[in-house]
Design a protein around this ligand. Structure first.
Ligand code: PMT
Length: 409
């Protein structure tokens, strides 16, 4: 971030106090930060704090002739390498969507050709409101990047989605965005998610409790890091993360075929799917009739997709997941070695653990290293996992331009 020019827009919301910490984090990394406050932001925090932390007078008015004489708002818009609005209130997102130029920050957003990044922060119902969601969809379609929101306890006493991401996370994301578009920029990453269904007859199947939430969160985090993400998903009830290419499959065999078809040019493969290890040996073409007899179901092994990718010629960097009920580290390390993986993310599973929950924790292992990612919402965890994957992938030389698979632009 050294020498990068960041306009930090602060709008009205209780999360504005966290923006002071954000300025510190950005300045620590060598960025030059110009804070621009809206009138509502000043109701929550004073400009003196930002001035002290950024070393620059805060700008807050289009009509401040002294400030405009020093650097006019059009010059300021040109000066920026990125405009980050954190917190971005529901009102600001609405004004940005409608192209308003009714205060300095909104005007700068209209007048800049630098990337605009917003970190929404608001009450969960305001975030979920159809008007806000429509605004967000419009902004995304115009290339505005969203960081968050995260979920958890809110200042209003409610719990849900709408929390501004933590300053450290925002600074990490911005760093990825500014470092030549980030190390994953344009790299093809294939990820599997969700359960598979193994048909017994036309109306019955064998499956598991995976909801797909962990895998979809990892896909979103990869996309935020500007990767070209292909998400191969079993049957789940989740929307596709923006900008992600999704391929829906049902069975382990179909998932294996889809992965094989996408492997060319893939830099990193991540297996978060809970792929059924067994399928019914015989598929009954007609519905099996109930009788008075016991019914035995013979099961056959499914293909091991992850091990197959790791054994392929010109293999990508391969990350597996391990779902364990006991001896998590021992079993996961055994899978890391047996399947010849570069990294494995292990989670303890069981009643109300990992499968179909909003939160999770991961123990990440590689050849002679380990990292514990503490209990948190799956998207936050996914972002931390992506940072680790980038580190290990780079340590193995995976990002050397032109020498490895996966550079698509
Ligand atoms: O989907 P959620 O509800 O959010 O839950 C998330 C999760 C618990 C499913 C996820 O975090 C997780 O642990 N995914 C891996 C589940 C699993 O099948 O683990 P495993 O230990 O049985 O398999 C090890 C690895 O081999 C996994 O990467 C799996 O994708 C892969 N595998 C397994 C069998 C098979 N036939 N082919 C495979 O590729």
């Amino acid at each position: 971030m050294r020498g990068k020019h960041i306009i930090l827009g602060v709008t009205g919301g209780i999360a504005a106090y966290k923006s002071a910490e954000l300025v510190r984090r950005l300045v620590e990394r060598g960025a030059e930060v110009q804070v621009v406050m809206t009138a509502s932001a000043r109701e929550f925090i004073g400009p003196t704090t930002f001035q002290a932390l950024s070393g620059r007078p805060v700008r807050d008015s289009l009509w401040d002739s002294a400030a405009e004489a020093a650097m006019g708002h059009i010059e300021l818009a040109r000066w920026a390498d990125v405009v980050l609005v954190a917190p971005a209130s529901a009102d600001f997102l609405a004004r940005l969507t409608h192209g308003r130029a009714d205060d300095l920050l909104a005007t700068l957003c209209l007048a800049t050709d630098a990337p605009i990044v917003v970190a929404p922060a608001m009450n969960r119902l305001m975030w979920a409101n159809a008007a806000t969601q429509a605004n967000v969809a419009t902004l995304r379609s115009r290339g505005v990047r969203l960081l968050g929101p995260g979920s958890g306890a809110q200042a209003c006493g409610e719990v849900g989605e709408g929390r501004m991401l933590e300053p450290q996370e925002l600074a990490d994301h911005l760093a990825m965005l500014l470092v030549d578009s980030g190390p994953l920029s344009g790299r093809k990453i294939v990820i599997t998610a969700g359960p598979t269904r193994e048909a017994i007859d036309p109306v019955r199947f064998v499956t598991n409790r995976s909801s797909g939430k962990m895998g979809f969160a990892v896909a979103q985090a990869l996309r935020e890091a500007d990767a070209e993400v292909v998400l191969i998903s079993g049957p789940v009830h989740l929307p596709t993360p923006p900008g992600v290419r999704r391929i829906d499959v049902e069975s382990a065999a179909q998932m294996a075929d889809a992965v094989q078809a996408e492997l060319a040019g893939t830099a990193i493969f991540i297996g978060t799917a809970a792929v059924a290890d067994y399928r019914p040996e015989v598929f009954a073409e007609k519905k099996i009739k109930k009788t008075q007899q016991r019914l035995e179901l013979a099961l056959a092994r499914t293909p091991d997709i992850l091990a197959g990718v790791a054994a392929s010629a010109d293999r990508p960097f391969v990350v597996g997941f391990a779902a364990e009920t006991d001896a998590v580290e021992r079993h996961a390390r055994e899978k890391l070695v047996r399947k010849k993986l570069d990294m494995i993310a292990a989670n303890e599973v069981g009643a109300c653990k990992a499968f179909d929950c909003e939160d999770n924790s991961l123990l990440v292992l590689w050849d002679n290293g380990r990292a514990e990612l503490p209990h948190s919402p799956k998207l936050e965890l996914a972002r931390a996992l992506v940072r680790l994957i980038i580190e290990r992938w780079q340590a193995q030389g995976g990002d050397a331009v032109g020498e490895h698979a996966g550079q698509t632009r």
